[in-house]
Each structure stands twice: as C-alpha cells, then as structure tokens.
Design a protein around this ligand. Sequence first.
Ligand code: FES
Length: 166
Amino acid sequence: MEYTKTPPLPREAPKMPTRRLLPLLLFFTLISSCAQKPKPVLPPKVTGTETFSLVSQWMLDNPGGAIAITSETLGRTLLITRDKKGELHTLDSWCPHQGCSVSPAQGDHLECPCHISKFSIEGGHISGPAPAGLIEYAHVQQGDELTVDFSDRTLRDANGIVIVEK
Ligand code: FES
C-alpha cells in the first residue's frame, strides 16, 4: 500500500484588529515627529547696545566676508558678515544645536566645529544637526561704527521661518 504526503495547508497570519492598531500608529507617529524636530538650545537673553568699530575690518569689504569680534555685552563672539547684496548681518556665534561657538569658515559660510553644522553668511541653516539658524541682532551703521541692539533678536528655523522674535 502506498501513501502520498499532502503538503500542510498554509496558515494565515493572525490579524490585528484595526481598533488596536490605531493607537499604536498614533504613538509611533508622535514619537517620530518629536524625534525629528529637536528644539534649538538658546542662550540667556541679553539686553543693551554695543558699538563696534569697522575700521581696518577689510574682511568685510567684499560680499561673503565675515569677521568674529568679542562682545562684552554678549560675553562671547559676535559674527559680522556681509551678504551678496552688500548688507551687513550681526549674528550670535552661539550654535543653536548645543551652544558651541560658530566661526567663519573658509569659503562662503559659517561653521560650528563641534558637529559641523553649516550656516549661510546671512545666518541661515545649511546643513548639520543644528535645528535652526543663528540668532541675528538688529544694528545701525553710521560710517565706520556699527551699533548692535541685543534686545532686538530674530531666530529662524531650518526652513527660514521666524521662530523667536525680540
Ligand atoms: S553644537 Fe554646533 S553643531 Fe553641535
């Protein structure tokens, strides 16, 4: 007598009811959206003004130029840059990722040495882990003097949208 083996029937995977799946999906969406948008780490707010001399600052003569200058009011370095349109920008050197000091890099951008976040000459975020651009302060130029108002600050997120004003 001869027996033939029949293959076992394929088992169906147990189905998870949609009712249970929905809260799980919402939970993971929430977690991933939080993980993707770290908040910028900001320095304590400073008020007051400080005047800087631009005499002998030949690095600012041409578009794309940038200098790092010590600010007593700020207690750290201020970056002064000139963009392609010829306008000056007064930027905080504080990196919004973890607070390292951003410096003018070779080329036409600013760079944080800690985790290599790159910023445009206008302070906008280009690349790297920093969740925002650099803080920009309002300023007034009179001849070779540049007066920076630290009470008037603007911070833009990585897409250039203003997230902190004044
Ligand atoms: S502190 Fe600047 S990139 Fe991390």
